[in-house]
Design a protein around this ligand. Structure first.
Ligand SMILES: C[S@@+](CC[C@H](N)C(=O)[O-])C[C@H]1O[C@@H](n2cnc3c(N)ncnc32)[C@H](O)[C@@H]1O
Length: 424
C-alpha cells in the first residue's frame, strides 16, 4: 500500500515530479485521479509533509479491501490494531470521499468505520475514544472507489496549503490564492528561483501569495518549516521523532539568499502593506521588493523577467486603475458584473495588454484566469494554456510571450508539461 497525496485537479503530474525530486528517482510514484500514490515509509511521509508545495495532505494507508456494503467497511476497519494509533483519552475524526461508490449513504459508511475503531479500542482497554471534528488527535480518511475501500491516517493535520505564515487575526486579504495553487503556477511555469529562471514580478499581488511562495522557493525555505503536523502526535511516528528533528535541521541548513530578485505590487496600499507583513512572517521580506502601484502604469522593475499574476476578475474583485473606477488609494470598489460584461474589466485588460506590449517586450507573462477568452480580451496569442483549479473555479494559466507592438502568433498547447518550451 502506498502513501496518497491528494492535490487540486490538474496538478497531479507536477506533484508526481515534485515527489520524485523529494524522494529520489528510485521512489515509486504513480499518478492517480486527484493525487499521487507514492511508495514510502514514515521518514518519507515526514519529508513530503515538510517539503511538498503542491500536495494538500499526506495520507498514510492503514487498511484496504473490496466492499459492496457498509458492514464490510466495519469488518475492514476492525483488521487494524487501533490501540497502536490511539488511546481512549485521545480523539478521532473520520472523513469519507467517494468516486462512484455503490453505497446509499456515505454518512453510514463513516459511522460504521467509527464504530469499528471505537469497538477495537474499547475491547482492548475498556474505554473508547471520543469524536472531535475540529482538532482530532487522529484524523482518518476513508476513500471509496466503486469496488475498493482504502482507509488512511492523515499525517498532515491542517491542510498543507497552510504554511503557518498567515495571521488568522489579520484576515486573509481579498480572494487570496491558496499557497498550493501559487506553487502550482510557479511549477507549471518551470520557475524554481534559479538565476537562469529570471526575476519574478506579481504586479497585482493582493496578500502576496505568489511572491511569498516564489521567495520561499528562491531562498530554499521549506513550506512546512513554520508549522506543526499531525504525525508529531501520532503513536506510530513516536519512534521517528529524532529523524524528524534531523529533517527539520537539514531543511534549515539549506536556506540561502535568493539568486533572483522578486518584485510585487498592488494598486491598494492596504494590500501591499498587508503583503509586506505576510512576507515578514514568512521570513522573506528581504527577498521581495513591494511597491504600491497601478499595473496599468507601472514601468518594468528590471529589464527582463517573468510576470506571474492572478489579476482581478469578475464578481470577486473589480479591477482598479481602469478609467472610471475608484482612484487607487480610496479603497475597493466591488463589482457584481462579469469578467467581460462591464465593470471596467474589458477596458482594464485591453489597457493592460497595450501597456505590456509597449513596456514589457521580452518578458514572459503567466496569467491565471477563469475566463477562457482572456487572450481575446488582451488581444494576445497565448503560447501555453495550463488547466488549473482555483477551488471550485476552473481556470487556465495562460502564457504570453510579450513582444513589442503586435501579438505574436504562436499556437497554444493545452497541456501540463512542467517546463516551458525550449525557446522560452
Ligand atoms: C485576485 S486578487 C490577487 C490575489 C493574490 N494573488 C493573493 O493571493 O492574495 C487581485 C488584486 O489585484 C489588485 N488590483 C486591482 N486593480 C489593480 C491595478 N490596476 N493595479 C494593481 N493591482 C490591482 C487588487 O487590489 C487585488 O489585490
Amino acid at each position: 500500500m502506498a502513501l496518497f497525496l491528494p492535490c487540486a485537479a490538474g496538478v497531479e503530474p507536477l506533484l508526481a515530479e515534485e515527489c520524485t525530486h523529494l524522494l529520489g528517482a528510485q521512489a515509486e510514484v504513480q499518478l492517480a485521479r486527484g493525487g499521487v500514490m507514492v511508495g514510502g515509509d514514515a521518514p518519507s511521509a515526514m519529508r513530503l509533509n515538510l517539503h511538498s508545495r503542491l500536495a494538500q495532505r499526506v495520507l498514510w494507508p492503514v487498511a484496504k479491501g473490496p466492499y459492496t456494503h457498509e458492514n464490510e467497511l466495519y469488518t475492514l476497519a476492525r483488521t487494524v490494531a487501533w490501540g497502536d494509533w490511539i488511546t481512549p483519552r485521545q480523539t478521532l475524526r473520520i472523513d469519507t470521499t467517494a468516486q462512484r461508490s455503490p453505497l446509499q449513504s456515505l454518512n453510514y459508511a463513516t459511522l460504521r468505520v467509527k464504530d469499528a475503531v471505537c469497538d477495537v479500542v474499547r475491547e482492548a482497554t475498556g474505554e473508547r475514544p471520543s469524536i472531535d471534528t475540529h482538532w482530532p488527535d487522529l484524523a482518518l480518511v476513508l476513500h471509496l472507489s466503486p469496488t475498493e475501500a482504502t482507509l488512511y491516517a492523515d499525517t498532515s493535520g491542517e491542510a498543507l496549503f497552510k504554511r503557518g505564515w498567515r495571521d488568522a487575526q489579520a484576515g486573509k486579504g481579498e480572494a487570496p490564492l491558496k499557497e498550493t495553487l501559487a506553487a502550482a503556477m510557479l511549477a507549471a511555469a518551470g520557475w524554481q528561483g534559479r538565476a537562469g529562471d529570471g526575476p519574478l514580478f506579481d504586479p497585482c499581488c493582493g496578500a502576496g501569495t505568489i511572491a511569498i511562495e516564489a521567495a520561499q522557493i528562491a531562498c530554499g525555505i521549506a513550506p512546512g518549516q513554520q508549522r506543526r503536523f499531525a504525525f508529531e502526535k501520532l503513536l506510530p511516528f513516536r519512534g521517528h521523532l529524532t529523524r524528524w528533528q534531523q529533517l527539520k535541521a537539514e531543511a534549515l541548513a539549506q536556506q540561502r539568499p535568493a539568486a533572483v530578485p522578486i518584485f510585487a505590487g498592488d494598486v491598494s496600499f492596504r494590500m501591499t502593506d498587508f503583503a509586506t507583513r505576510n512576507a515578514v512572517r514568512a521570513g522573506v521580506q528581504g527577498a521581495i521588493e513591494f511597491k504600491t502601484a497601478d499595473v496599468l502604469q507601472r514601468p518594468p522593475p528590471c529589464e527582463r523577467g517573468v510576470l506571474m499574476v492572478n489579476p482581478p476578475y469578475g464578481e470577486r474583485i473589480a479591477p482598479k486603475g481602469a478609467r472610471g473606477s475608484t482612484p487607487p488609494e480610496t479603497g475597493h470598489r466591488e463589482s457584481r458584473e462579469g469578467f467581460d460584461g462591464g465593470g471596467g474589466s474589458a477596458e482594464f485588460f485591453s489597457r493592460l495588454a497595450a501597456h505590456w506590449k509597449r513596456h514589457y517586450a521580452g518578458w514572459t507573462a503567466w496569467v491565471l484566469s477563469p475566463d477562457m477568452k482572456l487572450p481575446q480580451a488582451l488581444r494576445l496569442k497565448e503560447s501555453r494554456r495550463v488547466p488549473l483549479w482555483n477551488g471550485a473555479i476552473e481556470c487556465r494559466l495562460f502564457r504570453f510571450d510579450l513582444v513589442a507592438g503586435s501579438a505574436r502568433q504562436r499556437p497554444a498547447t493545452d497541456g501540463q508539461s512542467a517546463r516551458p518550451p525550449a525557446d522560452a
